[in-house]
Write a protein that binds this ligand. Structure first.
Ligand code: ZN
Ligand code: ZN
Length: 277
């Protein structure tokens, strides 16, 4: 009964989030996705030809990939990115904290907006008005922060989205047909050409974004840390330009994709400072 109730509350909160901020951008993403999918299916593309021949495997796979990309988009967009809910250091933790080397990086900052203790790597997002653990960036396209809890899902979403876009690009190109005059060519291919342009631009953007994120994940650095190194106290104290959280590419990728739960970055920081990789 309690589980049902908490499920209902969670569902209600998700719907409330959907209609609060970002409704327009989410609706735009969804409408754009399905309009382009419809254009690809109604023109004489590879998908349409497969359908007409009764070979439904490829069109169904494409459709399912589009559905998966939309589901992942909504999951990343509506998920808690890792908001800081309460002070992390309790009186009982002070004893273990005193074991760490005393420096300014040991003392947790208090956010000037939500007045909560900020764990190391957390940052206040002015758009969400909350502090986010292991803050990466605020993404206007998902209208949500990317942080400790949804970063791996964000990268997975980018992978699925890129795959969908590249497939859509191939399908759109297969539907462009020649015509006797420019006028009849535009009349026959206008919508397909528009879809091709949108898909082409998004493919380029998502490729660059995915490449940057994979690189930063491999060195265990966030976009915020990479862009604003000089403004971050715990990075200013580092001797070289490396990420103080870097444990080697394979370990970083494993931790990022396979290890769930909040990480005490202060401990990783001090461990790495004592035993540099
Ligand atoms: Zn804050
Ligand atoms: Zn945000």
């Amino acid at each position: 009964m309690n589980e049902e109730l908490s499920g209902l509350v969670l569902g209600y909160k998700m719907v409330q989030n959907m209609f609060r901020t970002g409704f327009l951008v989410r609706a735009t993403h969804t409408v754009l996705t399905w309009v382009i999918t419809l254009i690809l299916f109604v023109h004489n593309t590879d998908l349409r030809q497969c359908e007409e021949r009764g070979e439904l495997m490829v069109p169904v796979l494409f459709f399912l990939l589009v559905v998966l990309s939309v589901l992942l988009y909504f999951a990343v967009s509506l998920m808690d990115p890792g908001f800081v809910l309460a002070d992390t250091v309790k009186p009982s933790d002070l004893e273990s904290e005193s074991m760490m080397p005393q420096s300014s990086t040991c003392r947790l900052r208090r956010c000037g907006f939500c007045l909560l203790q900020q764990p190391m790597r957390a940052k206040h997002c002015p758009t969400c008005c909350r502090c986010v653990r292991r803050f990466d960036h605020h993404c206007p396209w998902i209208e949500n922060c990317v942080g400790e809890r949804n970063h791996r899902w964000f990268v997975l979403y980018l992978m699925v989205q890129l795959l969908t876009l590249l497939w859509a690009l191939h399908v759109a190109l297969s539907g462009i047909s020649p015509s006797a005059t420019w006028e009849s060519w535009f009349r026959a291919n206008g919508f397909l050409l528009a879809a091709l342009c949108v898909v082409g631009v998004f493919s380029a953007v998502v490729s660059v974004l995915l490449g940057c994120h994979i690189y930063l994940v491999a060195i265990n650095c966030t976009t915020w840390e990479f862009m604003s190194r000089h403004r971050i106290a715990y990075l200013r104290e580092c001797e070289d330009d490396d990420s103080p959280f870097d444990r080697g590419v394979l370990c970083n990728l494993w931790d990022f994709f396979c290890v769930c739960g909040a990480v005490a970055w202060e401990q990783v920081y001090h461990r790495n400072a004592q035993n540099p990789v």
